[in-house]
Design a binder for this molecule. Structure first.
Ligand code: DAU
Length: 335
């Protein structure tokens, strides 16, 4: 069995490749990644010799077609995406080309080359903001708030239309906020940890009362693989963290200050993100009932492991932060 992972040099993708290789399930694993700002070959250090690597942008149909002709995957795990909400507010166009056109190219080629299973990795953000006490089911209406989440909702709908029209063997996963090693310091947790390590302020949008449900990346990888191996085609599976992982940003930032021995005075309130979803909350009972999966990692344990990783991998994030300087100016300059 041959398995293709798109976006395999990015945050969740590279964690997934590592996880996958420890399981020895596939005879061959290939990664497609364009190595743009979010993907780095060194995220795959130590496992590169065990995979085939193709540096390709999924929005480039003809290059992607050559990979399918050569590799002919039985299973495709599709992680490649532009995924940062703030960037989608600054520059929405890239999100359409990667998340919609790129996904379309993959659906088409997988259909032509008769891929046996296509795992489309999506997000809880497609449901929009949850009211207090509400948790979204897979059947909840789509109500995305940002160009990012709208582009993911668009590709989810396209995937389901392929299932209905062509009997395309797709299965969709919708995860809550991931965190852990190898996450680019433009997302909240790695930005906060690395700023605190440098003794710099941590920007808190609005009042800091926005709530996210945090999922340790290894738990997500396990869930996605479970869906890849046992999920029913045409189905969607929510993948949420433990209930205790649902907390306001300010509370989370205070835990990080405590773990790093830094003062709360480093937490700096800045202008809010436009259309900032107040709360994300998933009902993950379907994956638990049908596939016997549930998150394992407690928030404090996951944060502790993540803080450890960033503390011992300084060169990894210092290099990325230098490259992100222009973006930081653009995003935080006028807040
Ligand atoms: O829910 C899943 C989604 O989670 C994924 O689909 C997205 O790819 C991922 O980016 C994430 O979206 P968020 O917008 O929730 O993640 P982010 O890390 O950007 O922000 C987490 C929360 O922290 C959010 O309420 C905004 C807030 N925040 C973020 C940044 C970057 C701040 O207060 N300050 C910041 O500087």
């Amino acid at each position: 069995m041959r398995c293709l992972v798109t976006g395999g040099a990015g945050f969740i993708g590279s964690n997934f490749v590592r996880f996958l290789l420890t399981r020895n399930l596939y005879d061959k694993v290939a990664v497609v990644d364009n190595l743009s700002y979010g993907g780095y070959l060194d995220n795959l250090n130590g496992v590169l010799s065990g995979i085939d690597f193709f540096q390709i942008d999924i929005s480039d149909y003809s290059s992607l077609a050559k990979v399918f002709e050569e590799f002919r995957p039985d299973h495709v795990y599709h992680f490649a995406a532009q995924s940062h909400v703030d960037r989608s507010i600054l520059n929405p166009g890239q999100f359409i080309s990667s998340n919609i056109v790129g996904s379309f190219n993959l659906f088409e080629l997988s259909r032509i080359y008769k891929t046996q299973k296509f795992i489309h990795v999506s997000t809880d953000e497609v449901y929009g903001s949850a009211n207090p006490g509400e948790s979204f089911l897979e059947s909840s209406p789509l109500d995305p708030s940002s160009p990012y989440s709208a582009s993911k909702a668009g590709s989810d709908l396209l995937a389901l239309s392929y299932y209905k029209t062509f009997n395309f063997p797709v299965v969709i996963t919708r995860s809550s906020n991931n965190y852990g090693p190898y996450q680019l310091p433009e997302k909240f947790i790695p930005l906060a940890i690395t700023n605190l390590l440098e003794g710099k302020p941590v920007p808190i949008y609005g009042t800091g009362m926005n709530i996210r449900n945090w999922l340790y990346v290894e738990d997500n990888c396990e869930a996605i693989l479970t869906v890849g191996l046992h999920g029913a085609t045409g189905e969607i599976y929510n993948i949420g963290g433990l209930h205790e992982c649902e907390i306001p940003n300010l509370e989370l930032a205070k835990i990080l200050c405590d773990l790093l021995g830094r003062s709360y005075s480093l937490l700096e309130f800045v202008k809010d993100r436009p259309a900032h979803d107040l709360r994300y909350s998933l009902d993950s009972s379907k994956i638990k009932k049908q596939l016997n999966w549930e998150a394992k990692t407690k928030l404090r344990d996951g944060l502790h492991k993540t803080v450890e990783w960033y503390s011992t991998n300084r060169p990894w994030w210092e290099k990325r932060k230098k490259e992100l300087e222009e973006y930081y100016k653009q995003n935080y300059g006028n807040r």
